[in-house]
Design a protein around this ligand. Structure first.
Ligand SMILES: C[S@@+](CC[C@H](N)C(=O)[O-])C[C@H]1O[C@@H](n2cnc3c(N)ncnc32)[C@H](O)[C@@H]1O
Length: 318
């Protein structure tokens, strides 16, 4: 059966030029999705380049498999997190790779499937799920039913950057005593009743859902581990391209690149270097690359994209 996977790859040309792909290159696409970027990578590395594509979502892998059919024999797809991309590359016979791409977040395909619960409506229809990998981990509904109030508050404050985080966390705790498990409509109603997120440009619940999605998938933890894994996998001179879609992700990428490009990572108050720091990356993009007006007009989802590039040095990675 053919899967209809609607997703326009974001910053496609910019990604292609920044990866500096050569024929025969070995590339890890840590977020293969529907295979949009992957198809471009396979075209540019032909006739014998290799792509290792990972995704947490089996539906995405199925779609990628179909999309990449013309390149059969030159790609491998794995149901795995990019947290362990170095191990996957090694297991497939590539201890060092020429480039790594991480195009973070969710695809339009995932957003458009109501039962995946990535998008909410004002009436609160839709599932409360948000798992990238439907076979693992607790869903959003489970987290909201089980997480301690203090944990909920931290997520709303840190991942949603919301004022009133405690108020909303407490309202959820009170509600769940009554109903056991909240559904999407309950959550949208509680957001409205507590006034959290009011006065923002987007729907008040947008940041609340963002916070829950990040928590369900441990997205920031995965990103930190994925960046370290990419460093371990890349050959000297290899390129790492990361596309982030919100400031929390972009901050982690920027910070990681900056630290990896600095010889010493000791705190400023430490008088003598004790970290034995090594420079593992050279930052290519001082400022992130962003989509132009015509791309945003054609694909509003690209609006928040921030692309950063780093070059792997000779130094050994941790
Ligand atoms: C923005 S989409 C990628 C779209 C892709 N570049 C394309 O052109 O079709 C992000 C994808 O990353 C996947 N994903 C998110 N976190 C992941 C992780 N930690 N490991 C592997 N895949 C992940 C999602 O399931 C989703 O399919």
């Amino acid at each position: 059966m053919t899967i209809r996977f609607q997703h326009d790859p974001v910053l496609l040309e910019e990604t292609a030029s920044r990866l500096e792909l050569q024929p025969g290159a070995v590339v890890v696409d840590g977020t293969v999705g529907g295979g949009g970027h992957a198809a471009m990578i396979l075209e540019q590395t032909g006739p014998d380049g290799v792509l290792i594509g990972l995704d947490l979502d089996p539906a995405a892998l199925e779609a990628a498999e179909q999309r990449l059919e013309p390149f059969r024999g030159r790609f491998e797809l794995e149901h795995a997190s990019f947290r362990i991309l170095d191990r996957i590359a090694l297991a497939s016979g590539h201890p060092q790779v020429d480039a790594v791409l991480l195009d973070l977040g969710v695809s339009s395909f995932q957003l458009d499937e109501p039962e995946r619960g990535f998008r909410f409506s004002d009436e609160g229809t839709g599932a409360l799920d948000m798992r990238m990998n439907p076979q693992q981990q607790a869903s959003a509904r489970d987290l909201l039913a089980q997480a301690p109030v203090a944990q909920l508050e931290t997520w709303f404050r840190e991942y949603g950057e919301l004022r009133g985080a405690r108020r909303l966390a407490r309202a959820i705790a009170t509600e769940r005593e009554r109903t056991q498990a909240l559904d999407c409509a309950d959550l949208v109603r509680l957001v409205r009743e507590t006034g959290v997120g009011r006065g923002r440009r987007h729907h008040p619940a947008t940041r609340v859902f963002q916070a829950i999605r990040i928590a369900v998938n441990d997205e920031l933890g995965a990103l930190r581990e994925g960046l370290a894994a990419a460093e371990r996998a890349l050959r000297p001179g290899g390129r790492l391209v990361v596309i982030a879609y919100h400031s929390l992700e972009d901050r982690i990428v920027k910070h990681h690149f900056r630290e990896a490009a600095r010889a010493c990572s000791c705190a400023p108050e430490v008088p003598i270097c004790i970290c034995d720091g090594v420079v593992t990356l050279r930052v290519i993009t001082r400022k992130p690359v962003t989509p132009d007006f015509s791309e945003i007009e054609a694909n509003p989802r690209a609006r928040s994209a921030r692309l950063r590039v780093a070059l792997r040095t000779e130094a050994e990675a941790a």
